[in-house]
Design a protein around this ligand. Structure first.
Ligand code: C5P
Length: 232
């Protein structure tokens, strides 16, 4: 299922605030979305979010919340003062936590989409077994994605290779957000299960999270433009 409106989200994974500012200055005007992860948020605090918003970008805050239901819900309440449009949590927190978080977000941050993380793409079958899950990775991904959907979570973060399987098994056109994107010819780095931007778009992705292929390019602005052209 091709998605003509697939958007690029830049993963702003950089070593310091100066680097973040420099990248934002280079590509900010070409971008609608930026992802702030634990590395940047814990170092730079809400200031980095304000900076992105001042530049006209939407912020995806990737904190991957995972705790008991009450604590997760209160964390969402605390984060509701921030101008963020997407926020991640771990779906393996379970139905009670997901339902409560979805209700809290609807009330406290109605402009924000909660995204559920299923099985981290760094986990393989052996890793899953080592934490006591005997299902196949794919079965576990579908189970957790369906749980998130039925609990009122607005989107799923998934590997690009899981896109067709999830589109087939999910009941709604819930948002699918995928990292593991590598334009032809760019270095894989530690990503193992990858797809090109165009292939992920054709598989039904709503958003592509892309970091190093843009950040490490000799000209980040040109690298981003090439990706956006491919998607048009
Ligand atoms: O540099 P690269 O394009 O590999 O960046 C991908 C981004 O997506 C990183 O911020 C990484 O933390 C994030 N991510 C991922 N796999 C997941 C969830 C998030 O690569 N399953």
């Amino acid at each position: 299922m091709s998605n003509s409106k697939t958007e690029v989200i830049l993963a702003l994974d950089v070593e310091n605030r100066a680097e973040a500012d420099s990248i934002l200055d280079q590509v900010g005007s070409q971008l609608k979305w930026v992802k702030i992860g634990l590395q940047s948020y814990l170092r730079d605090g809400p200031g980095i979010i304000d900076r992105c918003v001042q530049k006209g970008m939407h912020v995806f805050l990737d904190l991957k919340l995972h705790d008991i239901p009450n604590t997760m819900s209160k964390a969402i309440d605390s984060l509701s003062v921030l101008p963020i449009k997407m926020l991640t949590l771990h779906t393996c927190a379970g139905p009670e936590a997901l339902t409560l978080c979805a209700a809290t977000a609807r009330e406290k941050m109605p402009e924000t989409t909660l995204l559920g993380v299923t099985v981290l793409t760094s986990m393989n079958q052996e890793n899953l077994h080592s934490v006591g899950v005997s299902s196949k990775v794919e079965e576990q991904v579908i189970r957790l994605a369906c749980l998130a959907e039925s609990s009122g979570i607005g989107g799923i973060v998934c590997s690009p290779l899981e896109l067709p399987m999830l589109r087939e098994n999910l009941a709604t056109d819930i948002q699918l957000v995928t990292p593991g994107i590598r334009p032809t010819g760019s270095a894989r780095g530690d990503q193992k299960r990858i797809m090109t931007p165009k292939d992920a778009q054709n598989a039904g992705a709503n958003y592509l999270v892309i970091g190093r292929p843009i950040l490490s390019a000799p000209d980040p602005s040109q690298a981003l433009e090439a990706i956006q052209l491919e998607l048009r």
